[in-house]
Each structure stands twice: as C-alpha cells, then as structure tokens.
Design a protein around this ligand. Structure first.
Ligand code: NAI
Length: 268
C-alpha cells in the first residue's frame, strides 16, 4: 500500500492510460478523483472521452477502492480550479496530481492547421501549467506532495509528421524539470512518465496504419506492429503506466525524472 491514504487527482482519467493510473493508485491505497471532459467532444480527429466513460470507469473501479469523478477541461483555468476544489471537498486535499490528459494529431507541416497546433499545445502543455497552478495551494498543504505528468517517448525523440505532438511532449518534460527545481523547496516532487506505445484511442482510432475497421482487427494489427518494433516484444499497457506512476508518487528522493516505460523502444 505505497499510497495509503493519499489523495490522487488524475486528469484524462476516464479511460486509457488515465484509467490504468487510477486503478494502480487505488490498489496502492490512494483515494482517487478522476477528471475528464464533461461531454462527448466531437470536434477532434477521434472521439475523446466524456461523462459516459467517467461513469463507466467509476462503476468498474468502485470495488477496488474509494473513487469519485469530476469534470474538467484542462485548457480552462476556472475549470481546473473547480476540479481541484471538488477533490478537496470530496477527500480533504490533493497529494498526488497526475497531469495525464492529452490529445494527438499528426500530419505534414505543410498542411497542418494552426487550429490543430494550438489545440495540441493547449491540452498537452498549457493544461499542465493550469492544473499545476490550480493545485499548488493544496499540494503545498500536503505533507507528501507530487506532480506526475504524462509526457511521452515523443518528448525524447522526434517523429515525422508529429512536430506538434512531439513539441508539446518535449515541453512537458521541460516543465517537469523546471517545476521540480522550483517546487523542491516546498517539498513537492515533480516527475514524468514517458509511455511507449499503448493501444488506446490515440493509436487505434488515429495513429495505427491499418485497413481493419473492427476492434479485434485493429488490436491484432497493433500487437503485430509493436511486436516488430519494441525490444521486449509487446506494446505497453495502462497497468504498466499505473505501476510507474505509483513508483514516482512514492519514491521520496526522486524528482525531475522523465521515466520511459517503453519496453526498450526508448532508453534515454
Ligand atoms: P486517450 O485518448 O484514451 O486518453 C486521453 C484522455 O484525455 C481522454 O479521456 C480525453 O477525454 C482526455 N482529454 C482530452 N482533452 C482533454 C481536456 N481538454 N481536458 C480534460 N481531459 C481531456 O489516450 P491515452 O493514450 O490514454 O492518453 C493519455 C496520455 O498518455 C496523453 O497525455 C497522451 O499524450 C499520453 N501518451 C499516450 C501514448 C500511447 O501510446 N497511447 C504514448 C505516450 C504518451
């Protein structure tokens, strides 16, 4: 029970990696608030989560531990403040802030739109700033506070047609290191995880080159591609990411780290 009685607020917690982090935190004894977009956002390249997924995840994880949900749009300062307020009201504070909400889009620089670029940076980069700022007072009140940002292996190396996403994730690592320096005096540690390839909506509904239209076919193509690419021969899972977050949230002398969890695909 490495996180016994600590309070974790996880953005983008309705599904995917955020859900895996929520489950791992619950299993480690934390009280968990998952936060995600309020409604179905149809305005992006693939479907993002909303209150439906929040409710489903709460129902699925309720037997594991104490979990509640709230809505948040991490690109909006007031919404971030409201999510922190809801967490403090529900559980009495915030000890572990996981800035996990993120979006991806890809395409050549020649045709990539300014709107795509701005939205990626608004969620993946400014979202970390706004949520961290909103949670700062609560984190300063905690005796054992940590921020864990979900960056990416795309924050350590560039990929063609991914300049916006990679730029936003390099920035996430820079913010992690800066805040680790800045908040050390407050006893607040700041770390990042760098997931490798996890078969979530980002991959299955957007990045994966596949002709399959059904879930089973997409899953099979994803598994086969990752088996070829990744030294350990398998894609990463939300549970892998949860394990890494629990470690970074509980290791008392670790700050400023960007931990790759990528089966050897990225070793820096
Ligand atoms: P996902 O699409 O399943 O999860 C992202 C979550 O963020 C969704 O629930 C979505 O509704 C939420 N979200 C999006 N915009 C938001 C906003 N403005 N405010 C609040 N919530 C918002 O995808 P996945 O893979 O679980 O992504 C989680 C994080 O992991 C992201 O930061 C992503 O960039 C990162 N990541 C994912 C990798 C992968 O292979 N799937 C690899 C490396 C990093």
């Amino acid at each position: 029970m490495q996180l016994k009685n600590r309070i974790a607020l996880i953005t983008g917690g309705a599904r995917g990696i955020g859900r895996g982090i929520a489950q791992a935190c619950l299993e480690a004894g934390a009280k968990v608030m998952i936060a995600d977009l309020p409604g179905r956002d149809t305005d992006w390249r693939y479907k993002l989560a909303g209150s439906e997924e929040l409710a489903r995840t709460i129902a699925e994880l309720a037997s594991v531990g104490t979990i509640q949900s709230t809505t948040v749009n991490v690109t909006d300062a007031q919404s971030c403040e409201a999510a922190v307020k809801a967490t403090v009201a529900a559980f009495g504070g915030v000890d572990v802030l996981v800035n996990n909400a993120g979006i991806v889009d890809s395409g050549p620089i020649s045709t990539f739109t300014e709107a795509q670029w701005d939205r990626i940076f608004a969620v993946n980069t400014k979202g970390i700033f706004l949520m961290s700022q909103a949670a700062l007072a609560a984190l300063r009140n905690s005796k054992n506070a940590v921020i864990v940002n979900t960056a990416s292996i795309a924050g350590k190396q560039g990929f063609a047609n991914m300049s916006a996403y990679c730029g936003s994730k390099f920035a996430a690592i820079g913010i992690t290191q800066s805040l680790a320096h800045e908040l050390a005096k407050d006893g607040i540690r700041v770390n990042a995880i760098c997931p490798g390839m996890v078969g979530t909506a980002m991959w299955l509904d957007h990045l994966l080159p596949t002709n399959a239209t059904d879930t089973a076919g997409k899953d099979a193509d994803f598994e086969a591609m990752m088996k070829r690419m990744i030294p350990l021969g398998r894609p990463q899972t939300p549970a892998d990411m949860g394990q890494a977050v629990v470690y970074l949230a509980s290791a008392p002398n670790v700050t400023g780290v960007a931990l790759s969890v990528a089966g050897g695909y990225e070793m820096a």
